[in-house]
Design a protein around this ligand. Structure first.
Ligand code: AP5
Length: 216
């Protein structure tokens, strides 16, 4: 099953993708995580991407497309994947379609995370992440068991550099300008399913399960 999680920054895509990958046994492919790993490793791609990411701007299409196409070829994607944060522009959506057409494996469903933009600032300013990639927490909505520490590895949680209000606003503008039009694109292809992303985390998971269960 090949699925896209589409939604604005802070809508809950990453939180839900981690849950979906466990239940449906397909990997979460997050371009944000892949790019942050490249930045951490100091690779040439990471060095190019860093300036855009820290400013809350989108990384150029050619860099992101090359990264995700390479990732989709890994053996763990044989039964499908969840694309989290990709595609984000019309150019990325077209590149993805061309790639999947070659493989004869189209997208089965696009889950649109519908949420009032006013909720996103609170979600993102309160988010803390594990620097070792064990996921995201929220100081109020999803607190760790021990304050400030990852439940899985105990490492001190960090505040993402782009989770400050000015950069959140830049990211939201990029979403409205470049990504939101993809809702219409996928609706016209008959694969769009919206979920109420304002509900509490467990309720959103149930709605996604129900939508994806209908595909299997
Ligand atoms: P990326 O890492 O993809 O960030 P994003 O899309 O901005 O999404 P987020 O990770 O901020 O939010 P999310 O929807 O995953 O929410 P989460 O589950 O964490 O991208 C970062 C940057 O990389 C971009 O700005 C860009 O520079 C670059 N980039 C990445 N992909 C790119 C692409 N394709 N093209 C170009 N550039 C790209 O939840 C947020 C918080 O809310 C958490 O604290 C969580 O605990 C909490 N929460 C979640 N669900 C709920 C709920 N239902 N109720 C209450 N709280 C909740």
């Amino acid at each position: 099953m090949r699925v896209i999680f589409l939604g604005p920054p802070g809508a809950g895509k990453g939180t839900q993708a981690k849950r979906t990958q466990e239940r449906f046994r397909i990997p979460q492919l997050s371009t944000g995580d892949l790019l942050r790993a490249a930045v951490k490793a100091g690779s040439p791609l990471g060095q190019k991407a860093r300036t855009f990411m820290d400013a809350g701007q989108l990384v150029p299409d050619d860099l992101v497309v090359a990264l995700i196409v390479e990732r989709m070829k890994q053996p763990d994607c044989g039964n499908g994947f969840i694309l989290d944060g990709f595609p984000r522009t019309a150019g990325q959506a077209q590149a993805l379609e061309a790639e999947l057409k070659k493989a004869g494996a189209p997208i089965d469903m696009v889950i649109n995370f519908a949420i009032d933009p006013e909720r996103l600032i609170e979600r993102l300013t309160g988010r803390r992440i594990c620097p070792n990639g064990h996921g995201e927490y929220h100081i109020r909505f999803q607190p760790p068991k021990v304050e400030g520490k990852c439940d899985v590895c105990g490492e001190a949680l960090v505040h993402r550099p782009d989770d400050h209000e000015d950069r959140i606003r830049t990211r939201m503008e990029a979403y409205t300008r470049d990504t939101e039009p993809l809702i219409g694109f996928y609706r016209s292809r008959g694969v769009l399913q919206s979920v109420d992303a304002e509900s509490e985390i467990g309720a959103v998971t149930k709605a996604i399960d129900a939508a994806l269960g209908a595909v299997r």
